[in-house]
Design a protein. Structure first.
Length: 248
């Protein structure tokens, strides 16, 4: 996403003098001035971090423990398939954001796009979105973050205003001729294929009833299609930015 956003860690129009920022679902953390708190349900964060960065092991789906009107900026990135109740999370974010502060949520459409007809109907890439749509239907966990409009709708319902929406297309493998797009595609290819089983084991194995053999066969087809670069697919990423009213 950093490459896709021309090297920016965020796109919200933040002033230079912000004090506190929150990164929800931080993973291993992302640098941000001046005081950043990163939360994640998994303790995978590094021990050596900048002095302005701290980590909390926390479940963002539960009630937040931060004081009201505390954060100048709340950042959420790529949490599709982790939440059932996005409206409640956005309400907690609204409560904890300072008047005039910003929220920014970046997430992805599970359906891969192809603009030149190179993606066969029966390909593993084309089936990817249909699989996760079925996961969402059976579990209630939101997987389709873009088509559903859950980000912009939930953020508006929470009370944020000045809502801005921006879409990006990321190549899913290094098939483009443009150098920047090729680089994005290479990173995307490595990211998705190095541990596709990690995406699949819980949802498809435990919840959807796929056998180990079925998952292994699908993963092999998926990797083969990505490596061949014959399917010119994109993933659509959506950035939603919004501001808490100054008079809130």
């Amino acid at each position: 996403m950093t490459l896709l956003c021309d090297g920016k860690l965020y796109t919200a129009p933040l002033p230079k003098n912000i004090e506190n920022a929150l990164d929800v679902g931080t993973g291993t953390g992302k640098a941000h001035p001046p005081t950043l708190i990163g939360t994640d349900i998994s303790p995978i964060q590094p021990n050596w971090v900048p002095p302005n960065l701290s980590f909390n092991i926390d479940d963002a789906a539960k009630q937040w423990t931060y004081q009201p009107d505390f954060f100048d900026y709340i950042h959420i990135r790529w949490l599709c398939g982790t939440m059932k109740d996005w409206p409640s999370l956005y309400k907690e974010a609204y409560r904890c954001t300072k008047p005039g502060g910003w929220i920014e949520h970046i997430d992805v459409d599970v359906n891969m796009l192809c603009l030149d007809g190179t993606m066969p109907e029966d390909s593993a890439m084309n089936q990817w979105g249909k699989i996760w749509t079925e996961v969402e239907r059976k579990t209630g966990i939101v997987c389709d973050m873009v088509k559903s409009g859950c980000m912009e709708n939930g953020i508006k319902e929470a009370g944020f205003t000045n809502v801005q929406i921006e879409d990006f297309l990321a190549p899913t493998s290094p098939w483009p001729t443009d150098e920047k797009e090729k680089q994005i595609g290479m990173f995307y290819y490595l990211f998705l294929t190095q541990d596709i089983e990690g995406f699949m084991n819980y949802f498809l194995g435990q919840l959807m009833g796929w056998s180990d053999k079925e998952m292994a066969n699908y993963a092999a087809c998926f990797r083969r299609e990505f490596k061949a670069c014959k399917i010119h697919a994109y993933s659509k990423w959506r950035v939603v930015r919004a501001q808490k009213p100054l008079d809130a």
